[in-house]
Design a protein around this ligand. Structure first.
Ligand SMILES: O=C(O)CCC(=O)C(=O)O
Ligand SMILES: [Fe+2]
Length: 138
């Protein structure tokens, strides 16, 4: 993440984390001000992911599309062949950003609650699962 002041940080609205489940389906951000839909007030605002080669990339997709992120459960069940997607959300900043809200619909898919997961020995401490889970903030 960037080292700017909190308000401008890439993770200013939702800290870096990986989702716990198998797969997360997401709609794109919907911005509202005083209960009225508004265009995104800051093109830098929104969802960011960290790629396997350690680049931070802004995720863009349309309102008639869905994005899917791999969660920690899939990383465990695939024995590390698939990696959980580290992600965060940047708040809008600038003149038009005050009192703006952002909504998305997130569908978290996961095994039954009582399903026992065996953490594979091949990935005893995988970096996404260990480092980022600790800092999960939403
Ligand atoms: O708001 C988003 O686009 C992502 C939300 C998120 O990461 C979560 O709910 O786990
Ligand atoms: Fe998430």
């Amino acid at each position: 993440s960037t080292q700017k002041e909190d308000g401008d940080s890439v993770s200013s609205w939702c800290g870096w984390h990986t989702d716990h489940g198998s797969l997360t389906g997401l709609t794109c951000g919907l911005f509202m001000k005083n209960s009225v839909e508004v265009p995104c007030p800051d093109s830098a605002a929104g969802l960011y992911i960290r790629t396997r080669d350690d680049r931070v990339v802004k995720v863009t997709f349309g309102e008639d599309e869905l994005a899917y992120q791999i969660g920690e459960t899939t990383e465990i069940l695939s024995r590390g062949r698939l990696c959980a997607t580290p992600h965060c959300v940047q708040a809008p900043s600038g003149a038009n950003a005050s009192n703006v809200e952002r909504s998305t619909f997130a569908m978290f898919m996961q095994p039954d609650w009582n399903e026992t997961l065996n953490f594979p020995s091949e990935i005893p401490y995988h970096q996404e699962v260990c480092h980022l889970s600790i800092t999960k903030s939403c």
